[in-house]
Design a protein around this ligand. Sequence first.
Ligand SMILES: Nc1nc2c(c(=O)[nH]1)N[C@H]1C(S)=C(S)[C@@H](COP(=O)(O)O)O[C@H]1N2
Ligand SMILES: [Mo]
Length: 201
Amino acid sequence: MRPITRGFRGRPHGQSEVARLPPGQYLERDFPVLSAGPTPHTPLEQWTFEIGGAVTRPVSWTWAELLALPAQTPTVDIHCVTKWTKLDTRWKGVSVDTLLAAVTTDARYVLATCDGGYTTNLPIADVTGGQAWIVYEYDGRPLAPEHGGPARLLVPHLYFWKSAKWVRGLTLRDHDAPGFWEQYGYHLYGDPWKEQRYRGD
Ligand SMILES: Nc1nc2c(c(=O)[nH]1)N[C@H]1C(S)=C(S)[C@@H](COP(=O)(O)O)O[C@H]1N2
Ligand SMILES: [Mo]
């Protein structure tokens, strides 16, 4: 069998692209929108990003302050639990390392919180070490509202439900506890390479 699969448009995919697909995933060329509720529209003058919870002192940034921080431009593959994978997505934003450097904490977990009430839980070890960003540009343009604009969390090594759209803060915690989709049975951690889609996988 030749290691070639065909996408919806009949375009052949190279072997190297197929090797970048986690188990059970297919290649997507478009950028699907998956939202559990309506798209919020918080005015930028009211927008802040806060790190709170188990910290000595909470810290928050305004929109202008976030944009003034050193930015990075990661190009990464993203993997949705509904089985699409999109390769080489281009983003711009601030490393979560940069933001966490502003607080003192012994916490081991974070809960990302968003406009609209969505939450998702992650170990701090997975949002540090150059693995996660608060991004505000996609493909050279301001991040579209339906994709999480003005800013979203980007944690590409975990399933894309962990990349919280319309993110407004990180709550640091000593213990892990499920966020929105995790409460409905999604995996607490969500490693696409281990196919950790649902609780018990
Ligand atoms: N705030 C918020 N973030 C969210 C979601 C959501 O419903 N609300 N959906 C998650 C899921 S399940 C996925 S697959 C991705 C989808 O991002 P996209 O719409 O940009 O493709 O966002 C994640 N982040
Ligand atoms: Mo998803």
